[in-house]
Design a protein around this ligand. Structure first.
Ligand SMILES: C[S@@+](CC[C@H](N)C(=O)[O-])C[C@H]1O[C@@H](n2cnc3c(N)ncnc32)[C@H](O)[C@@H]1O
Length: 454
């Protein structure tokens, strides 16, 4: 049977896709249906047909999943932030576990049983970093909001359950200010207009706030008045103007001008204080970051004799958490500012057995091993979504640390890389952690140990 666009079908949802959408088969042809849930019988409209799969739109639920809930968000259907708000929270944790398990079972040689996802007690307003696009909506009004699903249309923000409430209040106040003062906003098509993004970082435990105004130009009209409003009304600790004149989807440009404060804030994770700059990576869910780091350290079973490599170390958080369990830590990170912060973080926390190196892991690792003859007992990697490069995988296979701890925000690339590491390593444990509740994303920690030679 040929699947046709604009035709209606009644289908059973048999599984979930990587973005939490329902999957149905029509005569063995895969159809992805956003908002449909496993176990449901639904009426769908086919909206797009590609060579090996199609997309359907949910028209009617004929048999409903017991885990379906009414979404609590007014913009859920249009916003691209969450994709699982129609599902009971506990069930979203099962879905994430199964998603990782499917990848593991399909790819790895060893049949590893993925552990149940560790969820949050309170999975609301967990993000400490908000990035609000600024632009013109369809009604030609200036808006600060969120991007609509898979588009760059900005829809006005309402009460978002992922973002920190303070960052939303500040963004609303800036929106009011730019409308009152008639400050221009960026238009992606013409590449004209000033304000592009508002980025707000909050230290959840210190309550320190950084506000970054991303602009296509140099001078913000009424700049001093805007800064004063942010400082007086919201006790913002630092305000930074970030210049981004490029035609790009990357939010931050390279130049930062500090308008108020020192250009950084602090936050506390576990027993440690961390300095956070505009350009450095810091986990967006600090409550779960603490859980993640502690699990990674526990699973690594570190010893006081160990040399630990913390690769893709950001501002040094994992290495600093692990430092008291090992002899020495080497942290490697490509963003210079993050390494500057990492060194400062080691100093603030009085950690002496840690060394941070700025550079590409691919090159620094080779250099550490070949030139400096430093050999790790344990390697922790926490790469960006694209995962590890082949040189790094080959370096790890060549130096044979006894353990590799793989922390990942993308299980697909993590499993792909672990398959290559299986040449010499056995995957022992995989623990998903719900770092991004109500989105389809999941963080994992996996531990691999060097196979005994027989
Ligand atoms: C997922 S973050 C992890 C940061 C840190 N481990 C943490 O928990 O906060 C990945 C980090 O890798 C860095 N990075 C990306 N590509 C890199 C590369 N080729 N070499 C070194 N670091 C890189 C990014 O700048 C980012 O700080």
């Amino acid at each position: 049977m040929e699947i046709k666009k604009n035709e209606e079908y009644i289908v059973n949802i048999i599984d979930y896709g990587m973005e939490g959408e329902g999957i149905a088969k029509i005569e063995n042809f895969t159809v992805f249906i956003p908002n449909a849930m496993k176990g449901e019988k639904v009426k769908i409209l086919i909206v797009k047909v590609l060579s090996s799969y199609a997309y359907g739109k949910l028209l009617e639920i004929i048999e409903q999943s017991p885990y379906r809930i009414e979404s609590d968000c007014a913009t859920y259907q249009r916003c691209g932030g969450c994709s699982l708000r129609h599902i009971d929270y506990e069930e979203t944790l099962n879905i994430k576990q199964n998603m990782v398990q499917n990848l593991v079972s399909k790819t790895l040689n060893k049949n590893v049983k993925v552990k149940p996802t560790i969820g949050m007690g309170n999975p609301y307003h967990y993000r400490n970093k908000a990035q609000f696009p600024v632009g013109i909506n369809k009604q030609n009004e200036k808006v600060v909001g969120v991007f609509a699903k898979r588009t760059h249309e900005i829809i006005p923000m309402q009460d978002c359950f992922l973002q920190n409430t303070m960052s939303q209040e500040i963004a609303f106040a800036i929106q009011k200010f730019i409308i009152e003062k008639d400050i221009s906003v960026y238009n992606e098509e013409t590449r004209e207009g000033l304000l592009r993004h508002i980025v707000i970082k909050v230290g959840i435990r210190t309550h320190e706030i950084m506000c970054i105004l991303v602009v296509n130009g140099n001078k913000i009209p009424y700049e001093q008045e805007l800064v004063e409003m942010l400082v007086k009304r919201y006790n913002v600790k630092t305000v930074v103007k970030n210049i981004n004149t490029k035609n790009t989807n990357v939010i931050l440009g390279e130049e930062n001008i500090v308008l108020h404060g020192d250009g950084y804030i602090y936050d506390i994770l576990g027993d440690y204080t961390f300095k956070i700059s505009p350009m450095s990576f810091y986990q967006v869910n600090p409550v779960q970051a603490e859980v993640l780091y502690n699990i990674a350290i526990e699973m690594a079973n570190l010893s006081k004799e160990d040399i630990l490599f913390d690769l893709y170390c950001g501002i040094g958080t994992i290495g600093i958490f692990a430092s008291s369990y090992v002899k020495k830590v080497y942290g490697v990170e490509i963003v210079e500012q993050a390494i500057y912060d990492a060194k400062e973080n080691a100093r603030i926390n009085q950690i002496e057995n840690i060394e941070f190196i700025a550079g590409d892991v691919e090159k620094v690792l080779t250099n550490l091993i070949e030139k400096k003859q430093v050999y790790p007992d344990v390697v922790m990697v926490d790469p960006p979504r694209k995962g590890l490069d082949n040189t790094t995988i080959n370096n790890i296979l060549a130096v044979e640390p006894k353990k590799v701890v793989y922390i990942s925000c993308n299980p697909a690339t993590m499993v792909r890389d672990m398959k290559l590491l299986e040449e010499k390593y056995e995957v022992n444990e995989i623990q998903p952690v719900d770092m991004f509740p109500f989105t389809s994303h999941v963080e994992c920690v996996a531990v691999l140990s060097l196979k005994e030679l027989t």
